[in-house]
Design a binder for this molecule. Structure first.
Ligand SMILES: [Zn+2]
Length: 100
């Protein structure tokens, strides 16, 4: 049914009204998580254009050990280590698409 949509369009559709991790997106649309992560910056750019009715929103990762929030992170990938306490217990970044 959705076979004519590109992977990027399918990711955007999956994210409308939802907040998903890269892994959940990958399960929802049946592509590898690595591929999802590669597409996300392009989706962010194309939705960032002013004529777009939607925008990509992100929920930052947080350290479960000390509570540090990776709020200034530009990369759309869950970090591997906390810069404060070096813990690797970090929540996964979540993505969503919402109307402007
Ligand atoms: Zn920490």
């Amino acid at each position: 049914m959705d076979s004519e949509l590109t992977v990027r369009q399918r990711i955007v559709e999956a994210l409308k009204g939802h907040s998903l991790t890269a892994r959940e997106i990958s399960q929802a649309i049946g592509v590898k998580e690595k591929e999802v992560i590669e597409h996300l910056p392009h989706i962010s750019l194309s939705l960032g254009k002013s004529e777009s009715a939607f925008e990509l929103v992100t929920e930052p990762s947080e350290c479960l050990e000390c509570g540090f929030v990776f709020s200034k992170r530009e990369r759309l990938k869950t970090p591997s280590k906390c810069p404060v306490c070096r813990s690797e217990e970090i929540t996964e970044m979540r993505f969503g698409v919402k109307e402007r």
